[in-house]
Design a protein around this ligand. Structure first.
Ligand SMILES: NC(=O)c1ccc[n+]([C@@H]2O[C@H](COP(=O)([O-])OP(=O)(O)OC[C@H]3O[C@@H](n4cnc5c(N)ncnc54)[C@H](O)[C@@H]3O)[C@@H](O)[C@H]2O)c1
Length: 364
């Protein structure tokens, strides 16, 4: 039984992680840490016998603590993860793994030296749906992938009426729509097409000031520092490409979250179902003969997973982490994949500033 600690007991902890952790037989939450005492206390109260902490060193010294889940705000991820690894704890980090590629690579090296598991969200590729898509591609049934078109576009957390945290950080220069939501699409397209070789992007700030609509911070004004419309092109070599829109300035859209075009068919995933881990997918099969036995098969579900309950997309992060620690799954959400996506995200910013395509150096 893995003894788990939670770092950062905010919105995503209560909304998406705790309901999953309560159901996992292989792990027990024994310690919860937040710099805000009330949040740590409320979190610990969810798990029988768990202790609440407001000092990081004391939390890391909790007797028997094996592994931690880092749910702090994005700019803190690398430093919080580094301290946990130095203290000998396995880590699952929320995205992004770090802000700089060198820092992510240093974390990978540290985890390797310490013999520890380091995984990173988002959990897209660990969901039953995307595992099934990988198997479908490997079967050759719809040919080989040539083009992914993806879109992660909303008005951002200031307009998310259910959000309970302070959305300001999401519009800061270090976060923005690429790091917050584009990262899901980037993990999906690289997870399906493999490491990208080149990136080119355009972006700008369409709506410079936001007002928080609801929740504890309602009415607060936010100055937008990050580009809120970002258009991204990726080149995977051998005439394989991806096009991704990441935006916090799109009121709504009916475009699919992702479409993957292959030589013998197309996969399409509705945006309204994006956050389902065990959700359906639409498949178009190309016939290629004069008979024309082709068309859409809508709402295909992957076979039911044999490992117990199904979760949301985010929930498959902690579920996968715990199963890897129990030796029941091989790591999919690797720090190397997250580092490749981090390089893409950082070079998106460089490409916008420099007005040109940039080569990518990392792989996974
Ligand atoms: N909210 C979501 O639905 C969602 C979904 C996917 C990913 N995420 C990611 O999860 C992370 C947290 O997001 P959130 O929405 O829960 O934010 P949040 O602001 O609601 O929660 C963050 C928590 O971290 C605590 N914290 C801040 N500094 C800390 C420190 N140094 N040590 C320990 N705790 C500290 C805060 O007090 C707060 O309780 C972010 O990286 C975000 O991108 C959130």
């Amino acid at each position: 039984m893995t003894k788990l600690g939670i770092i950062g007991c905010g919105d995503v902890a209560f909304r998406s992680y705790f309901p999953v952790l309560e159901q996992l037989g292989d792990a027990q939450v024994v310690a919860c840490f937040d710099t805000v005492a009330d949040r740590a206390r409320r979190a610990a109260a969810r798990f029988p016998g768990a202790e609440a902490y407001t000092a990081y060193e004391e939390f890391l010294a909790h007797p028997g603590l094996d592994a931690v889940i880092n749910l702090t705000p994005a700019p803190l991820h690398a430093q919080v993860t580094e301290a946990a690894l130095r203290a000998g704890k396995h880590v699952l980090s929320e995205k992004p793994i770090a802000s700089k590629v060198e820092d992510a690579q240093a974390l990978i090296e540290l985890a390797r030296e310490q013999g520890l598991l380091l995984l990173a969200a988002p959990a897209v590729m660990a969901t039953p749906r995307f595992k099934w898509v990988k198997r479908l591609l490997a079967s050759g049934r719809i040919g080989s992938p040539t083009l992914a078109v993806a879109q992660m576009a909303t008005m951002g957390p200031a307009s998310w009426r259910e959000y309970t945290g302070d959305p300001t950080v999401f519009y800061s220069a270090t976060v923005g729509p690429v790091v917050d939501i584009g990262v899901y699409a980037l993990h999906a397209v690289t997870g399906l097409l493999g490491p990208a070789r080149r990136v080119q992007a355009m972006g700008g700030i369409a709506i410079p000031e936001r007002k928080v609509l609801t929740g504890p911070h309602a009415g607060k004004k936010i100055q937008v520092e990050a580009n809120d419309h970002v258009l991204i092109h990726l080149d995977f070599g051998h005439s394989r490409f991806a096009q991704v829109l990441a935006s916090f300035a799109v009121p709504n859209s009916k475009a699919p979250a992702i479409e993957l075009h292959c030589t013998g068919g197309t996969l399409s995933l509705d945006i309204t179902r994006w956050y389902e881990g065990y959700g359906s997918i639409d498949v178009y099969l190309e016939d290629g003969s004069e008979l024309g036995v082709e068309g859409w098969i809508n709402g295909l579900y992957p076979p039911l997973p044999d490992e117990g309950p199904t979760f949301s997309l985010i929930g498959y992060g902690p579920a996968h982490f715990v199963r890897c620690l129990a030796g029941k799954e091989e790591p999919i959400l690797t720090a190397e994949h997250a580092t490749h996506v981090l390089e893409i995200m950082n070079k998106i910013g460089d490409s916008i500033r420099q007005g040109r395509a940039l080569d990518l150096d990392t792989s996974f």
